[in-house]
Write a protein that binds this ligand. Structure first.
Ligand code: 21W
Length: 219
């Protein structure tokens, strides 16, 4: 459909984690409509040796394992070369800058985004020195790896791409707009639930009064 859909490349040790995410709902529809393309890559395919090792113990001691530079850098360079368009390279890392809607909007203007997902205690520092990725976190809590964070990035970005959401769904982004929150309490059937009724005004058909009520109940 669109000439050149935004392309995501997801590099992970567990690419199957993205299966359900990519095969349901809005994202599946966007992929089917070729508004976005998502490619998955298994980091282990660049591991060397009989054991296909991708992690090792930290020099200097300490807990956990560290993602090794050689397979990781080889994977990223191969993925970069898989398409002519230059890519934004993002490493998902708890030490990264926190993702917010401004950054999401900015990423939605890219033509290609490579998301590198770590596991274990962290990345060998030379991965950062060699590839100089942007580092992004999705919040101040501890995940088991970068995959869920990568899904957050893909989800937040793809829903801003033209044609991905219907008009009704698009309105949801207004809650991050210049007017601040347009969030108000929502109700649907039934009209009464466990003794709690829907406010009469919402059933009145008086659109001006409803708009006023929603402004007054904005949160
Ligand atoms: C979590 C890796 C913690 C390394 C004991 C005390 C990517 C993430 C991740 C992970 C550590 C993101 C330590 C928000 C996240 C991610 C796995 C470091 C050091 N050990 N955004 N301190 N939260 N997490 N642990 O966890 O890869 S983006």
């Amino acid at each position: 459909m669109s000439a050149s859909p935004l392309r995501f490349d997801l590099i992970s040790l567990f690419p199957a984690l993205f299966d359900g995410f990519l095969s349901e709902s809005i994202l599946k529809r966007a992929i089917d409509k070729e508004l976005v393309a998502v490619h998955r890559w298994d980091l282990r395919d660049w591991a060397e040796g009989k054991h296909k090792q991708v992690d090792d113990r930290p020099f200097g001691g300490g807990p956990g394992m560290v993602l090794m530079a050689p397979p990781t850098v080889a994977a990223v360079e191969a993925v970069q070369a898989a398409d002519d368009r230059p890519a934004r390279l993002i490493a998902l890392s708890p030490q990264g800058r926190r993702l917010d809607q401004d950054r999401v909007r900015e990423l939605a203007g890219a033509s290609r985004i490579i998301l590198l997902c770590g596991r274990y205690e962290g990345f060998d520092e030379r991965i950062f020195e060699t590839l100089e990725p942007e580092q992004l976190s999705v919040g101040d809590y501890v995940l088991s790896g970068g995959e869920v964070a990568a899904m957050v990035v893909v989800d937040a970005v793809m829903r801003l791409l033209p044609g991905v959401l219907g008009d009704a769904e698009s309105a949801i982004d207004e809650s991050f707009g210049p007017d601040g929150g347009l969030e108000y309490p929502h109700y649907t059937r039934p009209r009464e639930f466990r003794g709690r009724a829907v406010p009469d005004i919402l059933l009145s058909g008086d659109h001006a009064a409803i708009a006023r009520w929603r402004r007054e109940h904005r949160r």
